[in-house]
Ligand binder design. Structure first.
Ligand code: ATP
Length: 294
């Protein structure tokens, strides 16, 4: 087989497979964003976004500050409801979920937020144990085993579990945040600027951990980042949003959707400028604003 296609799987067909004897149909995406728009009062942030994210895929979302990347992450887990359109997880519209069902859905996700969002009053151990205890998934002996396994996996030295977050470096806090997110074995990991504020070595450590999580846990990943090294290391696919304020009414907001290797030579000059960090157009706009102001 030279075209990279998989051989037919033995056993019963999955529900998404064509059972009519033809070639298997594509698997339904785990996450589907359908025509999503998001507005906060007078400000439109996202417009008619369509994305299908396959199981096991790691997608990096990039784009200028304020273009709606974090808003998109929040829409994916139902922390925000879209103004129009829908977000489907495993085929179900998450807007229809309430109470226990919404909690069950969120348990299938792990998050690593910008500041790691640890509980300051709890030790590292209790932070990592928090979700396991909160959701009564196992007894204390199992909690202990999971916490120490997860802390080891993220490379934190023994003894550190009794410290409070304020006693840790930024990189250590991120690693505790990751250990906590992984404790519940999520199917999907959401990372919001996981390497912001870290030195280049610690950035590489976190990138490596994201990659390990993808490979060992087979987790689907969505990574919001400004760090091109993170993109190059972890992404299977890159989606770039453009700020709505800079677009005409009919322009698409997703200006790139493809492999990381295609970014440098993307057909759209806005993509190339962003990944190369060229401020040309912005500098001209700022100069014009200075000239225009009295
Ligand atoms: N809950 C909210 N209420 C009102 N406005 C909001 C809310 N959340 C986000 N916004 C606005 O939506 C816009 C997009 O925010 P978002 O945090 O998604 O940007 P971003 O692309 O992640 O930016 P950055 O790269 O700087 O983190 C911003 O202008 C922000 O002020």
């Amino acid at each position: 087989m030279t075209d990279g296609a998989s051989p037919p799987r033995p056993g019963p067909a999955r529900p998404d497979e064509d059972q009519g004897g033809g070639p298997p149909g594509p698997a339904a995406p785990l996450i589907e964003v359908r025509g999503v728009s998001m507005r906060f009062r007078a400000q439109s942030v996202l417009r008619d976004i369509n994305l299908g994210i396959e199981r096991g895929q790691t997608v990096c979302i990039i784009g200028e500050s304020g273009c709606g990347k974090t808003v998109m992450l929040k829409l994916l887990i139902g922390l925000l409801q879209p103004t129009s359109g829908s977000v489907l997880f495993d085929g179900g519209d998450i807007a229809s979920l309430r109470g226990k069902d919404l909690i069950k859905l969120r348990l299938r996700f792990g998050f690593l937020f910008q500041m790691a969002a640890l509980f300051d009053s709890l030790t590292v151990y209790d932070n990592v144990a928090f979700g396991l205890r909160e959701h009564h998934v196992c007894d204390e002996a199992e909690v202990k085993r999971i916490v120490s396994t997860r802390l080891q996996e993220v490379g934190l030295p023994a003894g550190l579990e009794w410290k409070k977050p304020a006693e840790l470096s930024g990189g250590q806090r991120k690693r505790v945040g990751l250990a906590r997110a992984l404790a519940l074995k999520p199917e999907v990991m959401l990372y919001d600027e996981p390497t912001t504020g870290l030195d280049p070595i610690m950035t590489d450590v976190i990138n490596e951990l994201i990659l390990q999580t993808k490979e060992s846990e087979k987790a689907t990943g969505i990574v919001v980042t400004h760090e091109m090294k993170t993109v190059a290391k972890v992404a299977d696919r890159v989606v770039m949003f453009y700020p709505l304020a800079r677009l005409g009414p009919d322009d698409p907001q997703v200006i790139y959707d493809g492999p990381p290797e295609g970014l440098e030579d993307a057909a759209d000059p806005r993509v190339r400028q962003f990944v190369r960090g060229e401020a040309g157009e912005r500098l001209r706009e700022m100069a014009q604003q200075r000239t225009a102001s009295p």
